[in-house]
Design a protein around this ligand. Structure first.
Ligand code: GUN
Length: 296
């Protein structure tokens, strides 16, 4: 068997065309263009690259954006007062604080200081909590993007056994909630594996749907998955590659070549989940501008 490839780049491109049309209709109806404010603390190169991708996407779909840069020495108090000014600015629809933050800052405190009505990342406890109780919310972009892929490729989740490897706040935990709950199609029997799981293979081999977001290259090998499984690889790892000018290549958490022979569907890295995350951020920013989740 050779797996069918889930082409996130293509699906994200189609979604962004739709969002662009929705944005133009919103503006034609007399509304201000949606505005996304990005905040970067420090100069982490990976964060700079992610912000570059988000800015380019905004330009593609017609959402206005700019990035405020703060030094990595900024105090929690200063950072929160900047966020407060964004919360109070009616010209800003969505606020995104790029993570990770320098270690002296608590990401929990910082995220909680964002107005949940502008939290287009879906990281604020209000939005995470509403997700857990199946209420309308800003859904965390990566899990939401994965559900768009299931929809696009007609991959059912209802009644399946889904296994999520990794329990981060950004991906693993919201993904497991969305898989298990009624909303977003979900309705799967869901297992979460994390750093305390004794033998992850016992679980991964039983998965109809396997979502891997552990940040460890080559963690999942062919012998760890069931024949015909659906594999979603969320990992984006830089590994040294001297044949490339930039000195590294991007790989996921799965042995793509090995798994491809055994599973029914698989996402590549790059070009799988990554572009979907950015497309969902655009969708959330438009929802924020329209006040669709939290009407006044
Ligand atoms: N760092 C890694 N992924 C993300 C994300 O989706 N949003 C933000 N704000 N920071 C990140």
């Amino acid at each position: 068997m050779s797996a069918q490839i889930i082409d996130g780049k293509k699906v994200a491109g189609e979604l962004k065309l739709q969002i662009r049309e929705d944005v133009e209709n919103w503006v034609k109806a007399g509304n201000r263009r949606p505005f996304l404010k990005v905040l970067q603390v420090g100069t982490d190169p990976a964060s700079t690259a992610y912000i570059g991708a988000k800015t380019r996407s905004c330009n593609e779909v017609g959402i206005d954006t700019d990035t405020t840069h703060l030094p990595d020495t900024v105090s929690a108090k200063e950072l929160k007062s900047v966020i407060k000014s964004f919360n109070e600015n009616d010209g800003i629809d969505g606020i995104l604080v790029q993570l990770p933050l320098p270690s002296h800052l608590s990401s929990h405190d910082v995220i909680e200081s964002i107005d949940h009505r502008k939290d287009v990342d879906g990281f604020h406890p209000m939005n995470v909590g509403r997700l857990a109780v199946d209420q309308p919310t800003f859904k965390s972009c990566t899990p939401a993007g994965i559900f768009e892929l299931f929809k696009y490729y007609s991959i059912p989740t209802k009644g399946k056994h889904a296994v999520v490897v990794g329990a981060s706040n950004i991906v693993g935990t919201p993904m497991s909630v969305m898989l298990s709950r009624e909303s977003s199609t979900g309705k799967a029997t869901t297992t979460i594996c994390h750093k305390y799981t004794r033998d992850i293979t016992v679980h991964t081999i039983a998965a109809d749907i396997l979502v891997v977001a552990a940040g460890q290259p080559n963690l999942i090998k062919a012998e760890m998955v069931k024949e015909g499984a659906v594999v979603i690889d969320v990992g984006i790892n830089r590994v040294a590659d001297e044949t490339r000018e930039r000195g590294y290549k991007l790989v996921g958490d799965c042995d793509f070549e090995g798994l491809k022979q055994k599973v029914s569907w698989i996402t590549p890295v790059p070009g799988g989940v990554g572009p979907m995350t950015v497309a969902m951020l655009m969708k959330n920013t438009l929802l924020a501008a329209k006040k669709s989740i939290y009407p006044d």
